[in-house]
Design a protein around this ligand. Structure first.
Ligand code: NDP
Length: 275
């Protein structure tokens, strides 16, 4: 029998590391901690190994399509695909960061939306029957959606938005931000929030597509919020530990065989949320 495999991006610290840790305990198969930096990734894997966990490492920088393609080829070759994919890697500028909004928009969207999109382009075809895909978005996506113009909200909530249209809207946000016209164009004043709208909507699009194109493959794709978690990104005041933040992503990654829901949802605290 082929060994099952779970892959987590941005696994060297924070919520990603806690997801890897939980999967090492609960997932029946091989677990891969991936990280953009080989040294940081190997150190995190060594730490988990020292806790008695069996963990594997593979380099994966989601901003580097070559790195994505190399990792995808590795999993295809060694495992014939992937059973669980958790797209956790993400960035956020600190509130105090003085970088211009245009730069924050471009850089944040590049990693959180476009690089996650590249990951899905390369890895979705590898997802096996019964596979689970979890895209770590944020409650900020819902908050930001409600701050968009009615026209944008209608598109982001529609059932017929395509990946191309979504990517075009994400590009439009960056474009308008560069010209200082994003507010007039109906966007909220948050690059992180818009990037996570993109992650949530992309998840819903892929869920609809997989239901249509692979109706018998029992693949479940969802976006989620881990909650507000004490990590380098969110700071020390957040109420949840990384382990608590991992609970919902891990719940979605381990939805038992035969389950048909949730699929194509935004999930927080293990509960489907309105979008
Ligand atoms: P951290 O900053 O602690 O960790 C982010 C992880 O993503 C790091 O491992 C980082 O690697 C990795 N990463 C960033 N860019 C890339 C890249 N190009 N390729 C591969 N890995 C990359 O953040 P959190 O653990 O808090 O966040 C994890 C996810 O949860 C993010 O998607 C975030 O947006 C989301 N989230 C977090 C919340 C919170 O309260 N903490 C709330 C809601 C959502 P490196 O160490 O090399 O920088």
């Amino acid at each position: 029998m082929v060994t099952r495999v779970a892959v987590v991006t941005g696994g060297n610290k924070g919520i990603g590391k806690a997801i890897v840790q939980a999967l090492c305990k609960e997932f029946q198969g091989d677990v891969y901690l991936t990280a953009r930096d080989e040294g940081r990734g190997q150190d995190a894997a060594a730490l988990l190994s020292s806790e008695g966990l069996k963990v594997n490492f593979h380099q994966l920088d989601i901003n580097d399509v070559g790195s994505i393609a190399k990792a995808a080829a590795f999993f295809k070759d060694k495992y014939g695909g992937v059973d669980v994919l958790v797209n956790n890697a993400g960035i956020a500028f600190k509130v105090a960061d003085t970088a211009p909004f245009s730069t924050q928009a471009e850089v944040t969207l590049r990693t959180n939306f476009f690089a996650t999109q590249d990951m899905l382009t390369h890895f979705l075809p590898l997802v096996k029957t019964g596979g689970r895909v979890v895209n770590v978005s944020s409650f900020v996506s819902v908050w930001s959606l409600n701050k968009c113009s009615p026209q944008l909200q209608e598109r982001f909530r529609s059932d017929d938005i395509t990946e191309e249209e979504l990517a075009g809207l994400m590009r439009r946000f960056v474009d308008r931000a560069k010209k200082g016209e994003h507010k007039e164009d109906g966007w909220p004043e948050t690059a992180y929030g818009v990037s996570k709208i993109g992650v949530t909507v992309l998840s819903l699009i892929h869920a609809r597509r997989v239901a249509k194109e692979r109706p018998n493959d029992q693949i479940l794709i969802n976006a989620c919020c881990p909650g507000w978690v004490r990590t380098d990104m969110a700071g020390p005041k957040a109420p949840k530990s990384p382990e608590e933040g991992a609970v919902t992503p891990v719940y979605l990654a381990l939805l038992p065989a035969g389950e048909t829901a949730p699929h194509g949802k935004f999930v927080s605290e293990k509960t489907v949320q309105a979008w």
